[in-house]
Design a binder for this molecule. Structure first.
Ligand code: HEC
Length: 203
């Protein structure tokens, strides 16, 4: 009787502990999901604001040169500012340096399936098997993207594409239509223990 009670008690206590830990983890992931939303919003605004300005001063040719020189340094400097790693990636790449790692490729595939099922595609932070906190969010094609990612000979002018090919000989990032999944934002917040410690010391 006593042992049974003990077993029940300990299992109850363990369950309580587990759920408290799980609860904390869920709260933490919600926090990082919020942080991810903010960082991607700022990064998108910064990239597209600069792109728009480059387009207005010199058309798509100038904008391509701008992207070629500035897209990665811009995300790199935002990464530094937020103390995270920010990346844009896709399964149809323009710049091979943006290549997806295995988890990113998995997430792009997953978002593709969610889109096919016509379910909402939302950004989300998760804890990986390697104990890293990572955030992913879908990137969809908007009308203004078609100038450089639409169909060559239609939305993408031949001369624009010639310039793209000059900078990106292996480009495969055309042929998109509005609303299609272009890729994802990927943010790496780093190892969970380190991040947790940093949070505790700033609290
Ligand atoms: C003026 C042409 C232009 C426009 C307009 C444009 N892009 Fe791009 N895009 C580029 C170039 C050039 C690169 C390669 C940048 C680099 O070197 O990192 C790129 C790269 C990307 C990447 C990174 C993955 C890869 O293939 O290298 C994503 C994602 C992306 N674009 C999405 C978009 C979206 C979404 C829009 C619209 C909101 C958009 N682009 C509008 C030219 C353009």
């Amino acid at each position: 009787m006593r042992t049974t009670l003990f077993v029940i008690l300990t299992s109850l206590l363990l369950a309580a502990c587990e759920s408290a830990e799980e609860k904390e983890q869920r709260a933490m992931m919600e926090e990082f999901t919020e942080a991810g939303h903010k960082i991607t919003k700022i990064s998108f605004a910064s990239l597209s604001g600069n792109l728009k300005a480059a387009m207005q001063t010199g058309g798509p040719e100038n904008a391509i040169k701008f992207c070629n020189i500035n897209a990665m340094p811009l995300t790199d400097s935002l990464s530094k500012a937020f103390n995270v790693k920010i990346k844009r990636t896709s399964l149809q790449l323009r710049n091979p340096q943006n290549k997806a790692d295995s988890l990113e490729a998995y997430m792009i595939d997953l978002y593709g399936q969610i889109q096919k099922m016509q379910k909402p595609m939302v950004g989300k932070a998760l804890l990986t098997r390697e104990n890293e906190i990572r955030y992913f969010a879908p990137i969809l094609i908007k009308p203004q993207c078609l100038l450089c990612h639409g169909t060559v000979g239609a939305e993408v002018k031949e001369e624009t594409y010639a310039l793209i090919k000059e900078h990106y000989p292996d480009d495969s990032a055309t042929g998109y239509q509005e609303g299609q999944l272009r890729g994802i934002w990927s943010i790496n917040f780093g190892p969970a223990d380190k991040v947790k410690k940093a949070r505790q010391t700033t609290e």
